[in-house]
Design a protein around this ligand. Structure first.
Ligand code: NAD
Ligand code: UDP
Length: 392
């Protein structure tokens, strides 16, 4: 695969090769972003993380002389909580992208301290080093920053609940509505909000060049882990991996509090296109906060479960279960202090205006390619685990 040359930005200017310090490069989003940068651009990535399994294939290729990305991706096993190499790596780079975070809801109410430290305290030095050294920062926040919709506080049958003004989430207009402190679910959203405010203030007072990304449920291959296969058996990943795990094991999918919450899902490969536009169009992206999601792919969690069961049956050739789902209370599933976002529709005005980006992939298509990957990657391993006799 040849690296494209003579590439131009959205205003027709040539794009110069840059060095990117990517923190959290070994995670779900990081692995897809590294893949995109290696296969389609001339940029170099300094990949920082505590793990590298999800980018191992890229690192191996980078060590092969003559490979299109030979020498263009370098892994640094660094925990940003305590590593003096961080500032030096940011200084060596033209741009820093910070993806590092604890970002699985099962942790927000059970490990609130780790969640707050990871999403606020640990991000502070990154912001400071970028600001002090005049380096550009793309920081990953979350759609959860919006919390609950205004409409969710109206009576269930109130006509204004159907009015987009009461539920569409706009970067520059919508308030951030979190639950009470004892609902520790909101520890993540609150920490992310404070780091957004700090970055914004660094921009306003000290001229930091920043872009903030608010992902709306990006999903696809390599997201999280399958419990007992490539992650802890008792671990609870995000919904795509939870439901994939249930389907692979032939179990019913668990609907938390009836699965009535609504989400919009966007295919990771569409979302990565948006991030690449931000990277290569600083004049259009700096100083902005961007929603990145697919407003056309809205479902309730219950509908997602039904759709995933149907798609999985198609790609695996296995018959769908007669009872595909079971209800479970949030207290039983996540423990004390869980709460939920009711509905998440991103307004796309700003990203459309600044970067001309639109998502392309339907929910059915993205589930088909993702569940094909899950089946190919995990079905055999699950069969072996299930077949193993239990110790008496
Ligand atoms: P992920 O968990 O797959 O990736 C995060 C990576 O950061 C992991 O590889 C982890 O090892 C690394 N990391 C965490 N703490 C670190 C530390 N102290 N030092 C070094 N590395 C560390 O998650 P993801 O889905 O790729 O999300 C990336 C970012 O996007 C996060 O900031 C998350 O809050 C945000 N986000 C993602 C989504 C989504 O839909 N996937 C939604 C909202 C927000
Ligand atoms: N959920 C569910 N069953 C599961 C896992 C998650 O019903 O096995 C629900 C969860 O309560 C939430 C939605 O699915 O309403 C999305 O959860 P996820 O963990 O993906 O993250 P969120 O979108 O809440 O940040």
């Amino acid at each position: 695969m040849a690296v494209a040359s003579g590439r131009s930005d959205l205003d027709g200017n040539p794009i110069k090769a840059m060095t990117i310090c990517m923190i959290g490069a070994g995670g779900f989003i990081g692995s897809h972003l590294c893949e995109k940068l290696m296969s389609e651009t001339p940029h170099t990535v300094l990949a920082l993380d505590v793990y590298n399994d999800k980018i191992r294939h890229l690192l191996d290729d980078a060590g092969t002389a003559g490979h299109p990305w030979a020498g263009r991706i370098h892994f640094h096993r660094i925990n940003i909580k305590h590593d003096s190499r961080l500032e030096g790596l940011i200084k060596m780079s033209d741009l820093t992208i910070n993806l590092a975070a604890i970002c699985t809801p099962a942790d927000y109410n059970t490990r609130p301290l780790d969640t707050i430290y990871s999403n606020f305290i640990d991000a502070l030095p990154v912001v400071k080093y970028c600001s002090e050294n005049g380096k550009r920062l793309i920081h990953f926040s979350t759609c959860e920053i919006y919390g609950k919709t205004i409409g969710s506080f109206l009576p269930k049958d109130h006509p204004l609940r159907q009015d987009p003004e009461f539920y569409v989430l706009k970067e520059d207009v919508s308030p951030c509505i979190f639950g009470p402190i004892e609902k520790q679910r909101w520890s993540y959203a609150c920490a992310k909000q404070l780091i957004e405010r700090l970055i914004y203030a660094e921009g306003a007072e000290n001229g930091l060049e920043f872009t903030i990304v608010r992902p709306f449920n990006w999903i696809g291959p390599r997201m999280d882990f399958i419990p007992g296969i490539d992650g802890p058996s008792e671990g609870v990943p995000r919904v795509l991996a939870c439901f994939s795990n249930n389907l692979l094991r032939g179990e019913p999918l668990k609907l938390v509090d009836g699965g009535q919450s609504q989400r919009t899902f966007v295919y990771i490969k569409d979302a990565i296109e948006a991030v690449l536009l931000m990277i290569e169009n600083p004049a259009r992206a700096n100083g902005h906060i961007f929603n990145v999601g697919n407003p056309n792919n809205e479902v309730t969690v219950k509908q997602l479960a039904e759709m995933m069961s149907e798609v999985y049956s198609k790609v695996s050739g296995e018959r769908a279960r007669e009872v595909p789902t079971v209800d479970v209370s949030s207290k039983e599933f996540y423990g004390e202090g869980y709460d939920d976002s009711d509905k998440r529709i991103p307004d796309m005005t700003i990203i459309n205006r600044q970067l001309g980006w639109n998502p392309k992939t339907s929910l059915w298509d993205l589930l088909e390619s993702t569940l094909t990957y899950q089946h190919r990657t995990y079905a055999e391993a699950i069969k072996k685990v299930v077949a193993k006799p239990t110790a008496s």
